[in-house]
Ligand binder design. Structure first.
Ligand SMILES: Cc1cc2nc3c(=O)[nH]c(=O)nc-3n(C[C@H](O)[C@H](O)[C@H](O)COP(=O)(O)OP(=O)(O)OC[C@H]3O[C@@H](n4cnc5c(N)ncnc54)[C@H](O)[C@@H]3O)c2cc1C
Length: 392
């Protein structure tokens, strides 16, 4: 069968998750004729960007993320204005851990150094402020008062619609099957062929599958995350769901990280998840839970019984999502080592949503060759030079 005639763009972006959508949006803002390609019919829930909520916060161990969040908050506000949609709600995010926990202390230090409004709470003050939480006497808390909830599905829709209003094109249901590098990159999908001088790959958990034929094997791990929702033992009795903040807890010296946020998905439930999962191919994500995955949920049940005793310690709903982790959990934002007009955004390691407006801007700047405003050293592919399996 003859392939349809080739379509030419300034830039192609593969993957219409939140990172690819924001990259396409910034490219279109820069007057680039941009095509965003997505393998599944949109919207879909097979990758990492679906669901109604994500935590947004400035508190980070790493100073560079806190600095990037400054611009990210501005860009979220800009998208809210452009789209006429409310995308964030401030709730605060409570961090708690055993006193002296290194990660907790580093996060507090970053907040102080960057003058982020925050509030320190002893376990007793925690009980007064958030009666639903029951911390141990040797634990401490600190609230990032600027943090809150991002309305993820709404945000994805808003950025895609704004991109299209600026003249951008989204073609969904078109899986990219082949990429021919060169000064002009040719991309063949399941139904057509496209050309552009620049390509950005933001394929989420499929990044490895897309990059392997381009002789690049990054040390990425794709994890299946069980997204759990919990209800009160006696609905309405404890008051825990009113003013429920976002929270992040580091247990046993960083071994278990658990986070929670008010659920918009299911009124009357809160979303509390384990920040780890079992390795899984994204194509196999929705097959039945295996035993080790149930182990994740056991950890959560024990956590809830101990720290949030007014919640029923069995999840009311379990859904699935994917993380794509790098060994150091920092993102990959870089050029392909062999093909300088192919840009890669990958490895968002379960914390990329809040930063996606800045990530998209950086990827678009890398693609266009504009002056970069951030030090991209922490995000370079070369930091994995001893772990790259490909012969680069
Ligand atoms: C349970 C959960 C909770 C999270 N909580 C937070 C949080 O609180 N705060 C936060 O900041 N972040 C959070 N994250 C992380 C954040 O959601 C992700 O970092 C982000 O969504 C990653 O987006 P992405 O665009 O890289 O990936 P994806 O959303 O997976 O997008 C990649 C897209 O590429 C498409 N694609 C792949 N291959 C092809 C191909 N060959 N052809 C065409 N299209 C292709 C896929 O179909 C997909 O749509 C969470 C993630 C999960 C799973």
């Amino acid at each position: 069968m003859a392939l349809p005639s080739c379509k030419k763009y300034d830039c192609l972006v593969i993957g219409a998750g939140i990172q690819g959508s924001f990259t396409a949006y910034h490219l279109a803002k820069n007057k680039k004729k941009t095509l965003l390609l997505e393998q599944f019919p949109l919207p879909h829930s097979r990758g990492s960007s679906h669901g109604q909520t994500r935590i947004i916060r400035r508190a980070y161990v790493e100073d560079f993320y806190t600095k990037m969040m400054e611009e990210s908050y501005q860009l979220w506000a800009e998208l809210e204005r452009d789209s006429g949609t409310t995308l964030c709600r401030k709730t605060g995010a409570v961090f708690f851990a055993k006193a002296g926990n290194q990660e907790f202390e580093a996060t507090c230090r970053t907040m102080q150094q960057n003058q982020i409004p925050c509030e320190y709470l002893s376990w007793e003050q925690m009980k007064q402020k958030y009666p639903g939480f029951s911390l141990n006497p040797d634990e401490v808390a600190c609230t990032d008062l600027t943090a809150g909830v991002l309305y993820a599905d709404k945000a994805l829709r808003a950025v895609q619609e704004t991109f299209q209003r600026m003249g951008g094109v989204i073609l969904d249901g078109q899986k990219v099957m082949h990429i021919k590098p060169g000064p002009v990159v040719t991309v063949t999908t399941t139904s057509s062929v496209y050309e552009a001088e620049r390509l950005v790959i933001t394929a989420g958990p499929w990044a490895q599958k897309v990059l392997r034929p381009l002789s690049l094997e990054l040390p990425l791990k794709t994890l299946k995350i069980n997204v759990c929702y919990w209800k009160e033992k006696i609905p309405g009795r404890s008051g825990i769901l009113q003013d429920f903040p976002c929270f992040l807890s580091t247990q046993s010296n960083g071994e278990h990280e658990i986070y929670g946020l008010p659920s918009k998905e299911y009124p009357g439930l809160v979303k509390i998840c384990y920040h780890h999962g079992n390795e899984a191919d994204p194509e196999q994500r929705d097959l039945q839970a295996t035993k080790p995955q149930i182990q994740d949920i056991r950890i959560l049940c024990n956590f809830i019984s101990h720290y949030l005793p007014s919640l029923h310690p069995e999840p009311a709903v379990i859904e699935q999502c994917m993380y794509t982790n790098t060994p150091d959990r920092n993102f990959i934002l870089d050029r392909h080592p062999l093909h300088k007009n192919i840009i890669i955004g990958a490895g968002f390691s379960g914390h990329g949503f809040k930063l996606s407006p800045v990530v998209g801007k950086i990827l678009s700047e890398l693609s266009i060759g504009e002056h970069l405003r951030y030090d991209l050293e922490p995000f370079r592919i070369s930091r994995f030079k001893n772990q790259l399996k490909s012969a680069l």
